[in-house]
Design a protein around this ligand. Structure first.
Ligand SMILES: Cc1cc2nc3c(=O)[nH]c(=O)nc-3n(C[C@H](O)[C@H](O)[C@H](O)COP(=O)(O)OP(=O)(O)OC[C@H]3O[C@@H](n4cnc5c(N)ncnc54)[C@H](O)[C@@H]3O)c2cc1C
Length: 390
């Protein structure tokens, strides 16, 4: 019989990655402890996400992990009885310029190699998929009908409930202040309320991950930058896919302006700001709404009648090479990382959790080792090629 402060594994962070990881380990029969500094589950960057879930990436590891996430999210209601807002509407990347057409067509061979259900459609085809899209300059686009959307808040709550049902213990408002070390092994954590012991400690602390890694002697730079999102009042369902417009708008040169209609009929949207805003300030800016409103109406003119309900600003836990850091920490026993999720931690969460649970419980990930190791914490984070669709 274990003492109340002894567990088989401890997860630091009840977020996009921590909750599924705790759930899958609890399913393996592990006695789990999850600690979070906030007052309930999914209240970190998880709740800033707009809930897009796609396997259509350019990096093989992200493709495989997100394929698994899609499998988990899309069958969640069947397996648990809980509706987490899954909507299989696909993703569409429309091309309004030659440059965007070349970029997205260039990704198709690797996406096809992984048997992703994605194709190039001509302008007419895209107009059928994205109701009301402006035909001005539209050249065509890619469409992947198996991708979709989920509510991040409902998902966090449901993963937590299922993990607790399997015996996991959640403690909120209890930040981890330090790691308990024994030689080169992590054997527990300390909070203001005391010490908890476990042979495995999983760092899933999102934008705070660097400090916890440093306590184990690891240099894993996670550099938060901020992004804004918003949501409208509900309107009748008309828009199936999440739409990603890669054209540089007044707000930026990079690729992230995307929006969709969630399962409740609300239009949900976000973009990457002009100059990356580093740091952890989460006050909304005054530029966001005017810019996003113009862009939404440019892509789908009928959106001019929307009522916006709420906006917010959240953080991407970025890495220097734009890819997550997932796996056993190098040269530190018992310390596992699921960090650096960049702009895709919500969609990666279940796939990362499933593989980390298998790694801890069975010594190997579910996906091919070669593919999994592309995200290895032992890689040189400054050497890699930048992910095309981060
Ligand atoms: C506007 C916007 C839109 C986005 N849209 C999408 C999207 O459509 N799809 C997608 O996949 N991603 C999206 N993202 C990105 C996504 O939100 C993040 O990548 C993801 O939430 C990161 O997951 P995480 O588990 O690493 O961090 P989090 O979900 O933040 O979880 C980390 C948890 O650790 C806790 N914690 C931190 N330090 C400690 C400590 N010392 N002790 C205890 N607890 C601690 C935090 O309180 C938090 O709950 C979006 C982000 C933004 C800002």
């Amino acid at each position: 019989m274990k003492a109340a402060t002894e567990f088989d594994a401890i997860v630091i962070g009840a977020g996009s990655v921590g909750n599924p990881t705790a759930y899958f380990l609890a399913r393996e029969g592990f006695r789990m402890l999850v600690l979070d500094e906030l007052s309930s589950s999914g209240q970190g960057q998880n709740k800033a996400a707009i809930g897009g879930v796609r396997a259509t990436h350019s990096d093989p590891a992200k493709i495989r992990l997100c394929q698994q996430s899609l499998e988990i999210f899309s069958h969640w209601k069947e397996s648990t009885g809980t509706d987490i807002g899954w909507k299989k509407g696909g993703y569409c990347f429309p091309a309004f310029t030659e440059k965007v057409e070349t970029t997205i067509k260039g990704l198709l061979p690797v996406q096809k190699k992984f048997r992703l259900n994605i194709d190039w459609l001509d302008a007419e085809g895209i107009q059928k998929v994205v109701t009301g899209i402006s035909p001005d300059g539209l050249r065509g686009g890619t469409y992947s009908p198996d991708d979709g959307q989920v509510s991040p808040l409902l998902a966090a709550e449901s993963f937590t409930r299922e993990a607790v049902r399997l015996g996991a213990v959640y403690r909120y408002r209890e930040p981890v202040k330090s790691l308990v070390l024994n030689g080169n092994a992590v054997v527990g954590v300390r909070t203001e309320k005391g010490e908890y012991r476990a042979p495995t400690v999983i760092n899933a602390s999102g934008v705070n991950a660097t400090g916890l890694c440093q306590m184990a002697g690891l240099n894993i730079p996670i550099l938060p930058d901020s992004h804004e999102g918003g949501i409208s009042a509900p309107v009748q369902q008309f828009l199936d896919p999440l739409v990603v417009d890669l054209r540089p708008g007044p707000e930026g040169k990079t690729i992230n302006f995307y929006f969709g209609q969630d399962a409740n009929g609300q239009i949900i949207f976000c973009y990457t700001p002009k100059v990356p805003i580093s740091g952890t300030n989460r006050n909304s800016t005054y530029e966001f709404m005017p810019i996003i409103a113009a862009r939404l109406v440019e892509v789908i003119p009928r959106l001019k009648n929307l009522t916006i309900r709420r906006v917010w600003r959240g953080l991407y836990p970025m890495t220097p090479d734009g890819s997550p850091v997932v796996g056993k920490a190098p040269n530190v026993e018992g310390f596992v990382l699921g960090v650096g999720m960049c702009g895709q931690g919500f969609m990666l969460g279940p796939g990362v959790g499933l593989n980390l649970a298998s790694l801890v419980a069975h010594g190997k990930p579910v996906v091919d080792r070669e593919v999994f190791d592309l995200l290895s914490p032992a890689r040189d984070l400054y050497a890699g090629k930048k992910e095309a669709l981060k």
